[in-house]
Design a protein around this ligand. Structure first.
Ligand SMILES: Nc1nc2c(ncn2[C@@H]2O[C@H](COP(=O)(O)OP(=O)(O)OP(=O)(O)O)[C@@H](O)[C@H]2O)c(=O)[nH]1
Length: 468
C-alpha cells in the first residue's frame, strides 16, 4: 500500500528521514518520494540526510513567539540537547535567554527553547497562520500515487501536537483518501507538561484520523534515564514495523502466492479507527535451503531443491506469540482489539497453509476476535521469517491511562498557578479517546474546540501577541 508520509516537529522529521533511508537501503518503496517534513525550527530539518531541501517546510517565520536559533552560534545536536528529560525539568519554567519575543509564551511550556518552545497552542496558531504555505507544500504530494497519507509526530511536542493537529484538519478536509496518524508518546521521565500535551494531542487526533498508530517511548527505551539516547533504535523499530505493514503487497510479485496479502486488507483492518498498535517478531530459518549459496546453486542449475521448505507450524505459532506478547509498539490488553491483521513475510513458499492457519487460529484465540485477516508476503534474498501483527482499535492501554493521570497532575498545577481553567474536562481514558466524535470547527481561523491546550489566561496572552 503506497502511503505519503508527513513528518511534523523534531520527532516526526527524524522518523520520516529514517523511513526514506530504510527504503533506500532495502530497495522497498512505500512512499514513492511522497514525503515532507514540517517544523518550526530549522536545525532538525537541516540534519536530515535522506530528504531534499524541497521537502523541508519551515513554518512560523512571522509568528512572534517562534524562537529561531542564532545561526552564528555553534550547532548543537538538537536531538540530545532538546530532548534530554533532565533538561526538560530543569528548563521547564525558565525563560529563554535569547533575544526574541519568547516572553509572550505561556509559563510552563518553555521546555525546548527553539521553535514553538513546546507550546502546542503556539504550534496550532503557527500552522493556521501559515495555511497557504502548508497548502503549497501539500501540492508536492502526488495523491494519485498513494492510497493514504500518514502524519508522523511526537505527541508531547509543541510542533508535533499543535501543527500536526491543524495539518490533520487540513488534510481530512481536502483529501478523499484515508489520513492516518503515527504518534510517539512521551516517556515517564519527561515532564508532566509533555504528558498533558500528548493527552490533548490524542484527544484531538484519534477521533479525526482514520487510525492512530502509537509508539510508546517508555516501553522501547533500554535506559529510562537516557531515553533520547534510544531514539535512533526506537525510530528504527518503528520504521521497520511501518515498512512491514505498508510494504506488504508492494513487493515484487515474481512469486505468486495464493495467500498473498492484499493492500485492501490493511485499510480494512485500520478502518475501525481508534488506536492501533503493531507487533513484530523474526526468526532465522534454515539458511541451507534459503541462503545465498543455495540460491546461487539453484540459479546455476546445480541444485534440484526449490528452496521451498515450509517452516514448522509450531515455529510459526511461537513466532506470532512473540510478536503479540512482547513486541507491540504500544503495549495493551490484546483482547481489547477490534480487528487484527497478520502478515507473514519470508522466502517464497516457506509458509505452509497449515502453518498459516495455525497462526491465524492462535491469533483468533489470543485476541478473542474473529476479525483476523491474514496474508503472506514472499520476499526474496532473505533468511528470515517475520510475523507482523496489527491490532486495531485497542481500548485497554495502561500507558494511556497513566498519561491521562499525569496530564491531570500537570493541568492541576497550571490551574493552581493561573486560576481555574475555562476548558471542559480534557483528559480521558483510552475508551473515551477512541469513541469521541469531532465537530467541525465553525470558524476557519479558530483552533478546533477540542484542541484547547491552554487555559483562558495563556490563550489570550498568545492570541494578543499574534495580533501585534
Ligand atoms: N521515538 C522518538 N521520540 C522522539 C524523538 N524526538 C522527540 N521525541 C519525542 O517527541 C516529543 C516531542 O519532541 P519533538 O518532536 O522534538 O518536539 P516538537 O514537536 O519539535 O516541538 P517542541 O516541543 O516545541 O520542541 C519528545 O518529548 C519525545 O517524547 C525521536 O527522534 N524519536
Amino acid at each position: 500500500m503506497k502511503v505519503a508520509l508527513l513528518g511534523v516537529g523534531g520527532c516526526g522529521t527524524r522518523l520520516v528521514d529514517q523511513f526514506v533511508r530504510t527504503e533506500q537501503r532495502t530497495g522497498r518503496s512505500v512512499t514513492n518520494g511522497n514525503v515532507l517534513a514540517f517544523h518550526t525550527e530549522s536545525q532538525p530539518l537541516s540534519q536530515t540526510t535522506a530528504l531534499s531541501t524541497d521537502q523541508h517546510i519551515l513554518l512560523g517565520d512571522t509568528h512572534p513567539a517562534v524562537l529561531r536559533r542564532d545561526t552564528n552560534s555553534p550547532a548543537t545536536d538538537a536531538q540530545n540537547s532538546s530532548h534530554d528529560p533532565k533538561r526538560h525539568s530543569e528548563t521547564s519554567t525558565t525563560t529563554s535567554q535569547h533575544s526574541t519575543s519568547s516572553n509572550s509564551r505561556p509559563r510552563g511550556y518553555d521546555i525546548n527553547e527553539y521553535g514553538v518552545g513546546g507550546d502546542p497552542d503556539v504550534g496550532a496558531q503557527v500552522a493556521k497562520a501559515d495555511r497557504p504555505e502548508i497548502r503549497r507544500a501539500l501540492d508536492k504530494i502526488d495523491e494519485t500515487e498513494v492510497a493514504a497519507t500518514m502524519i508522523v509526530a511526537g505527541l508531547g511536542g509543541g510542533t508535533g501536537a499543535g501543527v500536526g493537529s491543524v495539518l490533520l484538519e487540513e488534510l481530512t478536509d481536502i483529501y478523499e483518501t484515508e489520513v492516518y496518524t503515527l504518534g510517539v508518546l512521551p516517556a515517564d521521565t519527561e515532564s508532566d507538561q509533555r504528558a498533558l500535551t500528548a493527552a490533548r494531542g490524542l484527544r484531538t487526533l484519534v477521533p479525526r484520523a482514520a487510525s492512530t498508530l502509537l509508539v510508546d517511548n517508555d516501553s522501547w527505551s533500554r535506559d529510562r534515564d537516557a531515553v533520547a539516547d534510544c531514539y535512533q533504535s526506537i525510530n528504527q523499530m518503528t520504521v521497520d514495523r511501518l515498512l512491514s505493514v505498508f510494504g506488504a503487497g508492494e513487493a515484487n510479485a515474481t512469486f505468486e502466492s495464493e495467500l498473498r496479502i492484499d493492500p485492501a486488507d490493511i485499510s480494512r483492518t485500520l478502518a475501525v479507527g481508534g488506536v492501533t498498535t503493531v507487533g513484530r517478531a523474526t526468526i532465522e530459518i534454515d539458511s541451507n535451503a534459503h541462503g545465498l549459496l543455495a540460491r546461487i546453486l539453484r540459479l546455476l542449475g546445480r541444485s534440484q531443491s526449490s528452496g521451498s521448505t515450509p517452516v514448522d507450524a509450531s515455529k510459526i505459532k511461537t513466532l506470532i506469540s512473540r510478536a503479540v506478547q512482547s513486541k507491540l509498539t504500544l503495549p495493551c490488553e490484546i483482547t481489547s482489539a477490534d480487528r487484527v491483521l497478520l502478515i507473514l513475510s519470508g522466502p517464497p513458499d516457506t509458509i505452509s497453509r497449515k502453518g498459516f492457519e495455525t497462526g491465524r487460529y492462535l491469533l483468533e484465540e489470543e485476541t478473542q476476535t474473529v476479525e483476523v485477516l491474514a496474508g503472506d508476503e514472499p520476499i526474496q534474498n532473505t533468511t528470515e521469517l517475520t510475523a507482523t501483527v496489527v491490532l486495531a482499535n485497542v481500548t485497554s492501554v495502561p500507558q494511556i491511562d497513566e498519561l491521562q493521570r499525569r496530564a491531570v497532575t500537570a493541568e492541576d498545577a497550571v490551574t493552581t498557578t493561573s486560576g481555574p481553567s475555562t476548558t471542559t474536562e480534557q483528559t480521558t481514558t483510552t475508551d473515551e479517546v477512541n469513541s469521541q466524535t469531532v465537530e467541525p470547527s465553525a470558524d476557519e481561523d479558530s483552533i478546533p474546540t477540542e484542541f484547547d491546550f491552554t487555559n483562558a489566561e495563556t490563550t489570550s496572552e498568545t492570541s494578543d501577541s499574534t495580533e501585534q
